[in-house]
Design a protein around this ligand. Structure first.
Ligand SMILES: *[C@@H]1O[C@H](CO)[C@@H](O)[C@H](O)[C@H]1NC(C)=O
Ligand SMILES: *[C@@H]1O[C@H](CO)[C@@H](O)[C@H](O)[C@H]1NC(C)=O
Ligand SMILES: *[C@@H]1O[C@H](CO)[C@@H](O)[C@H](O)[C@H]1NC(C)=O
Ligand SMILES: *[C@@H]1O[C@H](CO)[C@@H](O)[C@H](O)[C@H]1NC(C)=O
Ligand SMILES: *[C@@H]1O[C@H](CO)[C@@H](O)[C@H](O)[C@H]1NC(C)=O
Ligand SMILES: *[C@@H]1O[C@H](CO)[C@@H](O)[C@H](O)[C@H]1NC(C)=O
Ligand SMILES: *[C@@H]1O[C@H](CO)[C@@H](O)[C@H](O)[C@H]1NC(C)=O
Length: 368
């Protein structure tokens, strides 16, 4: 009886241990110890942080407050993360991206062609660049042109596009192809950007279906042009846009020899383009926040949720940084050294063992 009880305890300890391991495998720390790791439903991974001492103070390169996220309260009383007075919707450690809501340039007229309002949004964010792979510069309107200005290699630079149309019939729903909507790529490493929408004829000939011109930088996969936008974008004060971020302004090679280098254990340093800093990435077999000292933690590949290559004749053994498969009891390695084949000598024995275990189990359950 004592033996049965012990067996049950061993089983329970096993169950609890694997539960704990499964839990730690999925919940690695994102922030520094004792620091908040979210604001509302937005995760805030280090080097970003919402309170003093919880974000990276990269004063060597950039003004204080570079990675500071202001966790404010919105009109509904909910937490709202902001950076430089723009809403933050998500931060990615893996991609080195931050999703924000950027202003829309809105240029509106009344039916007599009198200007009602316009604005010229700008963004000066040292250390951050507008993602060229994720965003497009877009202008919407039927009497419209727009400029995107910035600094490229220390020189002023402008790009733009225009769209003129007389009615909505020629507009293709779902395509921003130059009729009612034009879009362009813009160069990498553009900094100190600003942009503005303009009108050729104050919308006097198109006012009924399009009283405004619009210009914005938008996350491409969140923009699907619709003719409704000729009117409705007036209500979209801000639109989603993606920025790239990195650490410092040095290459990995230079940074690794300074005391400011922050990539943690079991991580690799990834170079960005010359002179625009570096990123950290957990090595294969590890997962977590590579910007923390012990942020990259071993992945338990044997966890049922993780993909591993073990077959049904094998069991999985987690190693640090990797895993291996071993033959189940009653199987041995075939000559190829990889597949597990039944132990021909003792099929009855293994059956007997499992029967015994089954019996022990049912008795102890009955006694429990
Ligand atoms: C955070 O934002 C609030 C509201 O916009 C502002 O009053 C406050 O000064 C900001 N805090 C910091 C540290 O910038
Ligand atoms: C930020 O988000 C809040 C909702 O949480 C919204 O009311 C506000 O208009 C947004 N502000 C900007 C600048 O996007
Ligand atoms: C358009 O509006 C601007 C500003 O209100 C005004 O100065 C200009 O004369 C107008 N142009 C036309 C063609 O109506
Ligand atoms: C657009 O419509 C206006 C008046 O409705 C007309 O005067 C003008 O010629 C039209 N333009 C084109 C290119 O069809
Ligand atoms: C454009 O297409 C979308 C869905 O694809 C639809 O919801 C919308 O009503 C369409 N707009 C017009 C003006 O046809
Ligand atoms: C504009 O705002 C509306 C309402 O909030 C939203 O449904 C729509 O997706 C926005 N348009 C774009 C292009 O993001
Ligand atoms: C990288 O930047 C440094 C300093 O700005 C410059 O001297 C070097 O030529 C650049 N290297 C490349 C490959 O652009």
């Amino acid at each position: 009886m004592a033996f049965h009880r012990m067996l049950m305890q061993v089983i329970w300890v096993g169950v609890i241990l694997s539960a704990i391991m499964a839990a730690t495998a999925t919940t690695f720390p994102l922030a520094l110890p004792n620091c908040p790791d979210s604001c509302g439903n937005v995760k805030i991974p280090y080097p970003f942080g919402t309170t003093e001492g919880c974000y990276l103070n990269d004063t060597a390169n950039i003004d204080d407050g570079y990675y500071f996220i202001n966790c404010t309260t919105n009109a509904q009383g909910q937490p709202q993360p902001m950076i430089w007075n723009l809403n933050v919707t998500s931060i990615s450690m893996e991609l080195g991206e931050i999703d924000i809501q950027m202003y829309n340039s809105i240029d509106c007229y009344d039916e007599y062609g009198t200007l009602l309002s316009n604005n010229k949004p700008s963004l000066r964010v040292p250390g951050f660049t507008v993602s060229v792979t994720k965003n497009k510069f877009v202008a919407v309107g039927c009497d419209t042109y727009a400029y995107l200005n910035g600094i490229l290699n220390d020189l002023p630079f402008s790009v733009g596009c225009l769209s003129v149309c007389n009615d909505t019939r020629s507009i293709v729903n779902g395509t921003c192809s130059g009729i009612g909507c034009c879009q362009i790529d813009f160069p990498r490493d553009l900094t100190d950007i600003n942009f503005k929408a303009y009108s050729f004829k104050n919308h006097t000939q198109v006012w009924k279906f399009n009283p405004c011109s619009f210009a914005f930088i938008i996350q491409e996969d969140k923009f699907n042009f619709s003719p409704d936008y000729l009117i409705s974008l007036r209500n979209n004060e801000t639109l989603p846009m993606v920025l790239d971020w990195a650490i410092g302004a040095e290459t990995c090679e230079v940074a690794q020899n300074t005391e400011n280098y922050i990539c943690g254990g079991n991580s690799n340093c990834i170079d960005l383009k010359n002179g625009s800093g570096y990123r950290c990435q957990c090595r294969d077999g590890y997962r977590g926040n590579p910007y923390l000292k012990a942020g990259c933690q071993d992945i338990n590949e044997c966890d049922v949720k993780e993909p591993n290559n073990c077959t049904s004749n094998q069991f999985c053994v987690n190693d640090v940084g990797s895993y291996h498969c071993s033959c189940l009891e009653g199987y041995y390695y075939h000559l190829d050294g990889q597949t597990c084949v039944p132990n021909q000598a003792s099929p009855k024995l293994s059956l007997a063992i499992s029967l015994t275990i089954g019996k022990l189990f049912s008795c102890s359950l009955a006694n429990f």
